[in-house]
Design a protein around this ligand. Sequence first.
Ligand SMILES: Cc1ncc(COP(=O)(O)O)c(C=O)c1O
Length: 438
Amino acid sequence: MSKQQHSRTNATIVSQYEEYVMPIWKSLDVPLERAEGCTVQDFDGEEYLDAFSGIAVTNVGHRNERVVEAAKDQLNEFVHGCSYVHPNGPVGALGERLAEVTPGGLRKSFFCNSGTEAVEGAIKLARKYTGSKEVIAVEMGFHGRTLGSLALTGNRAYKSGMAPTINNVSHIAPPYGYRCTTCDSDSCPGTCANNLKRVIDSHTSGDIAAVVVEPVMGEGGIIVPPEGWLARLKEVVEEHDALLIADEVQTGYGRTGEFWGVDHFEVTPDIVTQAKGIANGLPLGAFTATEEVANAFEAGDHLSTFGGNPVACAAALATIDELQDGVIDNAAEQGEWLPERLSELEAKYDVVGQTRGLGLMQGVELVDPSATGPQGIAPAPDADLAKHVGKNLRERGIIVGVGGFHTNVMRIQPPLTISREQLERVVDALDAAIAEEA
Ligand SMILES: Cc1ncc(COP(=O)(O)O)c(C=O)c1O
């Protein structure tokens, strides 16, 4: 270990960030020195149970042995050759594997480096295939921060001062039953899907390239659409000869207890975007389309110097092996139990407005019961409480995300390898933290 590494402490790392890294963070979380499974350790030797996975990425556990070995093996062969200039084994094998595991008849993939690039590429492909310009996304949705994906992201907070983004993008209402402005029903019949037709008729030329949707909205606050919602969108998409792009960057790779988020809704998308969990932390993104759609791309239409890095692709192959060898089953099993425990918190505390999610993608929405929320719907979001509960959890050695459109949702998205005992620790700590902070 170098002298410089020896002298690292949490304080020195944070001060380097403050001095030398662009100040884009709202608050810095636990500095990381090392991580293993569901445990991370800071530079001062403190250990934390990680229930957020570096924003839903390390799905098969930090430093998963099979993934680390696969990456090391490839590092020993070669690191880079530009995968679109020099064909290589991991890219070919991963392409073939994705054709097996992606839903429906999806067959050909493009590999990039991140979620936002996957979304950008998918929009380009949809425009090229359909010859149309217009793209529709969902209010409160999140698709990334580069200018194309930022246009789809349905939250002004991410766009302020960055305009203009790309044109020809419209948004439909989100399937956010708890704060629904479309219908006044607790059971959320999903009629807001009809909003797509209205938006197309009111705001677009009618010539639609794609509708881009997260099967479960992650950054928006773990919003699960009601049954039938996605299927209704698909119907309207087909009526317009457009494409349905499922943004599975966050929901894919077992996060919801199925391989893909769309697996819960029996809807087949035309393009699936992927990143986050795909290579368990190595930078990789992808979008996969049907052969017919994919073949709309011609030579020179798209490329990325680092995209489909062979080390990252080797890690992705090992990640998929791990997911299929029991990790998704664990996510499904723990993801059955966790919502039951969280709903007990909803019954116990009036500051817990709603708990919701699929698999190991669960949200706890915190509210101020003494005030009414935006547009007079539901109790007011309590972002301050969420911030304090997050901090309190840190002090208890637990990392949970805080997010959502109103920044008032505790996001529980641990590695999918998490045990029942570890999850119990998370829920018990959350219970105690809410009791203390509310
Ligand atoms: C659904 C979804 N799409 C796209 C992105 C952007 O991914 P990245 O941060 O890798 O660019 C995210 C990131 O949170 C996401 O949740």
